[in-house]
Design a protein around this ligand. Structure first.
Ligand code: HEC
Ligand code: HEC
Length: 407
């Protein structure tokens, strides 16, 4: 049992100890005086035993009854404070037990309803679905990215997640809560959120995932700009002698990684001419964790279902090239939209850091829906936790610069 340290339990202990001492002292003082009466050692048959005379009734018998009453009182006097003493711990344990049971139900609900799209433990997944045109006619079967939820509480408050669950998202994630016509109750949704708390990544793993995605993207850009590195790897792969091949492939990969270190260092320098155009673009379209850390999944048409790699019934690709920030679930950021919305890069960055709040104004004439995530750290007052930032200040600065340059 957990005894919560509080003023209440401290006071309780003091009372219990005082009452205990007083009680023992009283019993001692009263029993010491009692002496056997003269002749009481002669045993008599029970039926010949004379009744107690007034003297006895008014002393020993009375004392015995009083003593009995006193001990009952003593038990109550000790038991009540003790009960009171354990109360804070009982309340804490009850709340913990409540959370543990809720988490267990949430785990089951997640496995039954969410894991098929968001992956086991919410690590992100792909769903096979089809898209239609405005008239409802079939266009193509696509694989849609279902973002990882392992940092979702860094992006959104628990109320915002509940809102997303209530109404679903973009037609690909169905509505789950009763307000959106879904099958789950308010209690189910709360259980799911308590479960989500348990799958949030520690800061270091999340950072590794975010930066891994940016680095992957950077690798693609670098190899297309420096084909010789890729050619060396291809040539190594073509060698027929296994030992020579292994050594050559290893050497080519070491070359690639070394160049990549330098490349990432170069583009992530705020003074670099590529800070916005390459680094910012990579942050914007980070593919890690099924796009969970990216902006493109909400701000670029077709990015979530790889529109450039899918063809329609006539065999033409759905998109030749993504038009970054042309608008999708989130508004278009092109054509100076963000410079009009935010007078300075600083206010723009502050918005990306905190995200939007439902019904709250942002920038020039913007009204939040609570659906634009915050990419900085988030302090949660309910559970007294600070969830780590998804993007570093430098990454936010890069993506802001990129957005402000969008044509
Ligand atoms: C049919 C597949 C599917 C199922 C089932 C599903 N989701 Fe989703 N969910 C998605 C997709 C896809 C998105 C992203 C939508 C988009 O691209 O706009 C998403 C988005 C979300 C988001 C918003 C994440 C963000 O960062 O924007 C949350 C939270 C979420 N889902 C939680 C859940 C929970 C909890 C369940 C189970 C009750 C669930 N989802 C079941 C497909 C699904
Ligand atoms: C889950 C979807 C989602 C993601 C991911 C997302 N946004 Fe947004 N964004 C929105 C929505 C929705 C709005 C509109 C404001 C609102 O509804 O609260 C918005 C608004 C904005 C605006 C203001 C535009 C305007 O004209 O009002 C900017 C700038 C912006 N987002 C940048 C970003 C950046 C940068 C990222 C990535 C680091 C990002 N967004 C990721 C959904 C998203």
């Amino acid at each position: 049992m957990l005894v919560a340290a509080s003023t209440q339990s401290a006071v309780g202990w003091v009372i219990a100890v005082l009452v205990g001492f007083g009680f023992v002292a009283y019993i001692y003082a009263n029993t010491r005086a009692a002496k056997p009466e003269v002749g009481s050692e002669i045993a008599l048959a029970a039926n010949r035993k004379p009744l107690d005379d007034d003297q006895v009734l008014e002393t020993t018998r009375l004392d015995r009854s009083l003593l009995f009453a006193l001990s009952m009182l003593g038990i109550i006097a000790v038991a009540l404070p003790l009960y009171w003493l354990a109360e804070p711990a009982r309340i804490t344990n009850a709340a913990e037990g409540f959370t543990i049971r809720s988490e267990k139900r949430g785990t089951e609900l997640f496995a039954a309803n969410c894991a098929r799209c968001h992956g086991p433990g919410g690590t992100g997944g792909i769903i096979a679905t089809s898209i239609t045109d405005d008239a409802g006619a079939f266009v193509a079967n696509v694989s849609w990215k279902a973002p990882a939820l392992t940092a979702v509480l860094s992006r959104f408050s628990e109320e915002e997640v509940t809102e997303i669950l209530n109404y679903g998202r973009n037609g690909v994630m169905p509505a789950w809560g009763a307000p959106g016509g879904g099958p789950l109750t308010v209690n189910n949704l709360r259980d799911l959120i308590i479960y989500l708390r348990t799958v949030q990544l520690p800061e270091a793993s999340m950072r590794a995932s975010v930066d891994g995605g940016i680095r992957d993207g950077a690798k693609g850009v670098m190899l297309s700009e420096r084909p010789t590195l890729k050619d060396a790897l291809d040539a190594a792969n073509r060698l027929s002698d296994p030992a020579a091949k292994a050594a050559a492939v290893k050497a080519a990969n070491v070359d690639i990684e070394t160049s990549l270190d330098a490349f990432v260092k170069q583009i992530s320098d705020p003074a670099s001419p590529f800070f916005a155009s390459i680094y910012g673009k990579l942050v914007f379209s980070n593919t890690a964790a099924q796009g969970a850390y990216s902006c493109a999944r909400c701000h670029t048409t077709g990015w979530s279902y790889n529109a450039t790699q899918v063809t329609n019934t006539a065999g033409t690709p759905l998109a030749v090239k993504y038009s970054d920030g042309n608008g999708w679930f989130g508004p278009s950021l092109q054509g100076g939209a963000t410079t009009r919305k935010f007078n300075t890069s600083a206010t723009h960055a502050a918005f990306i850091t905190g995200g939007s709040e439902k019904g709250k104004k942002y920038g020039n004439a913007g009204i939040g829906s609570g659906q634009m995530p915050g990419f900085g750290p988030r302090i949660d007052d309910t559970v007294k936790v600070t969830y780590p930032a998804i993007l570093t200040e430098a990454e936010i600065q890069a993506v802001v610069a990129y957005e402000r340059s969008m044509q």
